[in-house]
Ligand binder design. Structure first.
Ligand SMILES: Nc1ncnc2c1ncn2[C@@H]1O[C@H](COP(=O)(O)OP(=O)(O)O)[C@@H](O)[C@H]1O
Ligand SMILES: [Mg+2]
Length: 678
């Protein structure tokens, strides 16, 4: 007898489940995507014990008729794809027909569904891949799927599950992602009778961010929107029935970008607060992460990451989503065009917005002090040593496991103080309150100060629409363009310039301000090959170690183009005969050592594949740093004025090339508030 046997469906499904379903959050992902594909407007997710015991998702989508309900659990049964050609232009989130059979092979599943096709709905029960029960049921249109006892028949997998709170945090992160991508839909996440996410429909993404993360986060984000044209050569127009009836018709080949990015003052230790959605699908993509880092290069430190929510919208033919079973990785047809478009759109938005850093925000947003936007196990305990930048999507299993966060939604009891009379008003307030609690729990931040005890605790929060609009207006009002019109009043300890302006009191770090001015000038001059150099009266002799000599040889040409004239003077000594203007003596020597050391580090990092631009930027940053006005240097008023004017003219007056803030504003509003005048 031969050795080869065809696997039974149940075994095949369990193998597929290994790829698609590895934890409760992945079940939630698949079911959520199905609900969205079914056109649902309202989705309610309930979990018990972090989803190990129960996951129930109810939607008001188009539902299924009896035949479809039975078919849905067959392997490769899908209503979303018919021919392989269509794979090239998928506009639904699912298409593999694997999720339901995979989930049903490793859990007990019950399905309640009703569509407009049939008078009666269907109730179905499946365990370990076998249908146990089918019945008629009177149901409203839509689908509810309950998944209980996940991995009850695969103990090995069950062992890999983490603490309930860890699993719950993954589920919460996931629901948050989808809620962000679909502000026009109603999302609810409930765990053990407590509401963790309550997001009624809103009309703009900014309002959704406000609903989910709250006022402070929204105030640190800036909007971005851009559009470009993709190259359409070689692509047929998609057939008309593929178009999504809910979406406005696309211009053929349009690549649209919209979203939010953080001010440079907000810095994170890892990429967990970067969300990238392509056609409303959350993806993880190295290329786009790289584009985002590039946009922030020399604005935030290379070891920090911004908060970015990016929505890219493009014709489905432009992106292959069928490269990963969980569909979190994609491949773009026009990779470099998309990369550059994302980088340039973000960079231009940053240049145009010139956001001002406030005192409080700058204090709170040193990377170590800020948690990620979403709780991620093992990667976000402030100060924990094992903090490794998780790649892309936060809901991937993290390598190190730690208790991620305490979910502390409390049962909602009436608060002391004046009680509103209208029951409806009360309900609204409690809903808003629970949102804040959930957001606080999600962010692991202490609940807002006026949560419980201050007298205005019961003043209703403004609705998201108003609140978001107000925050956006406040942000747009103050920009660093004002720098040029400030009145410098003096220095603090000969190191910080104090200046008065319409918007409040400014403090400017004189060293980093000058550094930014010089940095941009050096890069500009270098681009047009017009470097200002000075000949030294006496050559400066710099001693190097042998390995430093090797690195020096590699970067000598670029140094020369930056105004250096250096010749070897014996085996381990360099003679510097000319240098960029402003750089002399000990500073010059330190600068050379610094650039050589940084270059040797960069060359040790094999993945970095240093390019010339990076080297050029590093040299410019180093020259700027070592020739800029130092702290503890008295400046006369003319010089201060000049510095502020020059700073106002730079592209990025927000931060120095190493990412430190340059100017902080103590706003007029905060000053008045602190003196109890408002
Ligand atoms: N919530 C739902 N509402 C309506 N139809 C659904 C729902 N969930 C699943 N289905 C149907 O079941 C089919 C199989 O689902 P699934 O196994 O997730 O595969 P896929 O989503 O890749 O098609 C879907 O194609 C869809 O027709
Ligand atoms: Mg699916």
């Amino acid at each position: 007898m031969g050795r080869i046997r065809v696997l039974s469906d149940q075994v095949a499904n369990q193998i597929a489940a290994g790829e698609v379903v590895d934890r409760p959050a992945s079940v939630v992902k698949e079911l959520l995507e199905n609900a969205l594909d079914a056109g649902a407007n309202r989705i309610r997710i309930e979990v018990e014990a972090g989803g190990r015991k129960l996951i129930r998702i109810a939607d008001d989508g188009h539902g299924m008729n009896r035949d479809d309900a039975l078919l849905a659990f067959e392997r490769h049964a899908t209503s979303k794809l018919r021919t392989a050609d269509e794979l090239l232009s998928i506009s639904t989130l699912g298409f593999r027909g694997e999720a339901l059979p995979s989930i049903a092979s490793v859990a007990r599943v019950s399905l309640d569904t009703a569509s407009d096709d049939e008078p009666s709905g269907t109730h179905l029960e499946i365990a370990g891949g076998k249908i146990h029960h089918v019945d008629d049921a009177a149901l409203p249109r839509g689908t509810t799927i309950s998944v209980s006892d996940l991995f009850f028949n695969t103990p090995a997998r069950r062992k890999f599950l983490r603490a309930e709170s860890t699993e719950l945090s993954h589920v919460a992160a996931l629901v948050t992602h989808y809620a962000l991508a679909h502000p026009e839909k109603h999302f609810e996440l409930i765990s053990a009778s407590h509401s963790l996410v309550t997001a009624p429909p809103v009309s703009r993404p900014a309002e959704r961010i406000y609903q989910i993360f709250g006022k402070d986060t929204l105030a640190q984000l800036l909007p971005v929107a851009a559009e470009t044209q993709l190259d359409r050569s070689g692509l047929p127009e998609p057939p008309p029935w593929k178009r999504d009836p809910d979406q406005p018709p696309r211009t053929p080949g349009a690549l649209r970008l919209s979203g939010f990015y953080s001010k440079p003052e907000l810095q994170k230790l890892n990429r967990n607060s970067i969300y990238i959605f392509v056609n409303k699908r959350l993806i993880r993509d190295r290329l786009l992460l790289h584009a985002i880092s590039e946009a922030y290069r020399n604005i935030i430190p290379p070891t920090s990451y911004p908060v970015v929510l990016l929505f890219l919208d493009m014709p489905p033919e432009e992106v292959d989503v069928n490269v990963h079973p969980a569909k979190t990785e994609v491949r773009f047809r026009q990779q470099s065009l998309i990369h550059d478009f994302v980088r340039d759109s973000l960079r231009n938005a940053l240049i145009a917005a010139r956001p001002v850093a406030g005192f409080k925000a700058a204090l709170e947003s040193s990377p170590a002090a800020t948690p990620s936007l979403i709780p991620i196990p093992g990667s976000r305990l402030p100060g924990s040593p094992g903090e490794s930048p998780a790649e892309g999507i936060p809901d991937q299993p993290a390598s190190t496991e730690a208790e991620p966060f305490r979910l502390t939604p409390r049962p909602l009891t009436p608060l002391p103080g004046k009680l509103p009379f209208d029951e409806r008003e009360l309900a609204v307030q409690f809903e808003q309150q629970s949102l804040r609690q959930a957001a606080a729990a999600l962010l692991e931040a202490p609940p807002p100060a006026h949560d419980n005890c201050s007298p205005d605790a019961l003043d209703p929060l403004p609705p998201p629409q108003e609140a978001a609009a107000q925050i956006e207006a406040e942000q747009a009002a103050i920009t660093l363009n004002q720098l040029g019109s400030l009145r410098p009043m003096g220095q603090l300890r000969d190191s910080f310039i104090l200046a008065a302006g319409e918007d409040g009191l400014w403090i400017i770090d004189q060293h980093v301000a000058h550094e930014r001015v010089l940095f941009e000038r050096i890069l500009r001059d270098r681009r047009v090959e017009h470097i200002q150099r000075q000949r030294l009266l006496m050559p400066l002799l710099v001693e190097l170690k042998p390995w430093q000599m090797v690195i020096f040889a590699q970067i000598a040409e670029e140094l020369e183009r930056n105004g250096f004239e250096v010749e070897p003077f014996g085996p381990q000594t360099l003679a510097v005969k000319a240098a960029p203007v402003g750089l002399e003596g000990a500073s010059l020597e330190r600068m050379l050592n610094e650039v050589i050391d940084q270059s040797s580090e960069a060359s040790r990092e094999p993945s970095l594949n240093e390019d010339l631009t990076a080297l050029r930027t590093r040299i410019a940053a180093s020259i700027a740093c070592h020739s800029a006005i130092k702290i503890n240097t008295p400046l006369d008023p003319k010089r201060m004025e000049w510095l502020l004017l020059e700073l106002a003219k730079t592209e990025h007056p927000t931060s120095c090339p190493h990412g430190r803030p340059i100017a902080l504003l103590y706003s007029w509003k905060d000053i008045q508030r602190a003196f109890h005048r408002i």
